[in-house]
Ligand binder design. Structure first.
Ligand SMILES: Cc1cc2nc3c(=O)[nH]c(=O)nc-3n(C[C@H](O)[C@H](O)[C@H](O)COP(=O)(O)OP(=O)(O)OC[C@H]3O[C@@H](n4cnc5c(N)ncnc54)[C@H](O)[C@@H]3O)c2cc1C
Length: 375
């Protein structure tokens, strides 16, 4: 059984496996992850805001795999040969599988706009983003405050990152938020959009709404309207896409390249392949790409992999329709939004903080020895 990627779903699956090893009895479990410390993006803006430490927002995959008695290989997967049932690693190694599951998340699209690859800092992969953010903070701490920082993308992630950055960079740096739509938080209730906009404006964040970025330069972001926004560093928090190798592997994908799975989390084209989290699109249940769905898929994925390994029938899973979005203001409050409801309050922040810390506490487990290799 090969688990590709240590996303939220696989992390929870490993936790369950450690608790109930008999559920996958007899299976050799191999986890392939490009990082040993898997980031929890729900707490990422809190790290940017200086609320959480690096350790607090990462899941220790070595520890978790030890607990689950799984072998961990620290390598990027660069392809899956779905006809020969093989996972292809960046170092050239090949892993054969009876079953595999993909949970590698997604990243902001960077190839559609010239200059993004060269000059912008995408929020994912998180490790690369954190390196750039830590370097920026080191420069700030030694007195080199940037003049203008631009965040492109005004969805929940972009708004939260902008508020977090404003908190850390206040006093000399202008924080800009550029968003394609006329309102931030597209797809959220109108009240949430109004509350978020008022908050961003109150914090002095310069909003560029209804602006489509068409070019990113070293020192500016250029919009389709002709507007040029000065930028010392541009952060890219836009719509997400899966890794290109997913589509190239020949597995059935939707038009954006996400793996099409049925309601048992099996690929619709290759039933030995499971997929969960952002990288998967559940047929008949389109949902926004949010960690909450990745988390909820852990139990059905764990059960269905166990059933597949035993040769039993797989069970259907029905994703929830609505979910609560909690956006931290970075200053001790949070904006909650669900369906048509929206509410900003310090209570919401305390709730978000409690939910996130409780999520991470599940991985503070230890266990028996395990085989970790980097090849
Ligand atoms: C700033 C920000 C804040 C967010 N806040 C929230 C929130 O509060 N609530 C919410 O529901 N959603 C939130 N999201 C969305 C959330 O990040 C994603 O929906 C969620 O992370 C998806 O989880 P996942 O398990 O699919 O993958 P991920 O959590 O992205 O994990 C994928 C893992 O696979 C690894 N990996 C990637 N490629 C490879 C490869 N080729 N080979 C091996 N390993 C690989 C990665 O290193 C990573 O560890 C936020 C997003 C951002 C950007």
């Amino acid at each position: 059984m090969v688990l590709v990627g240590g996303g939220h779903t696989h992390a929870l699956v490993l936790r369950l496996l450690g608790e109930r090893p008999q559920a996958w009895s007899g299976a050799e479990v191999v986890v392939v992850s490009d990082v040993l410390l898997a980031p929890y993006s729900g707490m990422l803006p809190g790290y940017v805001a200086g609320i959480y430490t690096h350790e607090a927002i990462h899941i220790d995959l070595e520890n978790l795999c030890r607990f689950a008695r799984a072998r961990l290989i620290c390598q990027a997967v660069v392809g899956i040969d779905v006809e020969a049932n093989r996972v292809l690693l960046a170092n050239g190694d090949v892993l054969s599988f009876d079953y595999a599951s993909v949970n590698i998340g997604s990243s902001p699209m960077t190839d559609a706009v010239p200059g993004v690859d060269r000059w912008a800092v995408p929020v994912k992969p998180v490790a690369a983003f954190l390196r750039r953010w830590d370097a920026l903070m080191a420069a700030v701490n030694s007195g080199a405050m940037p003049k203008d920082v631009v965040i492109v993308g005004g969805g929940a992630g972009g708004v939260e990152v902008a508020l977090a950055m404003e908190k850390r960079l206040s006093g000399g740096c202008r924080v800009h938020l550029v968003h394609r739509d006329r309102q931030v938080l597209s797809g959220h209730p109108a009240r949430a959009q109004r509350l978020a906009r008022a908050l961003l404006e109150k914090r002095g964040i310069v909003l560029h709404l209804g602006e489509d970025v068409v070019n990113v330069n070293e020192d500016s972001v250029v919009c389709a309207s002709g507007k040029s926004v000065p930028s010392s560093t541009t952060f890219w928090v836009t719509q997400v896409a899966p890794a290109p190798w997913v589509r190239e592997s020949g597995v059935a994908t939707d038009e954006s390249g996400f793996i099409r799975v049925d309601n048992r989390l099996c690929s619709v084209s290759h039933p030995l392949l499971f997929a969960a989290g952002d990288v998967a699109t559940v047929e008949g249940h389109p949902r926004p790409k949010a960690g909450v769905f990745a988390v909820r898929q852990a139990k059905p994925l764990f059960a269905n992999i166990g059933a597949a390994l035993r040769g039993d029938a797989l069970r259907s899973y029905r994703p929830q329709k609505a979910f609560l979005s909690l956006i931290s203001t970075a200053t001790g409050s949070a904006l909650a939004s669900r369906r048509w409801l929206a509410w900003k309050s310090p209570l919401m922040w305390r709730w978000k903080d409690w939910i996130d810390r409780r999520f991470m506490r599940q991985f503070a487990c230890s266990g028996e020895s395990q085989d970790v290799s980097d090849s």
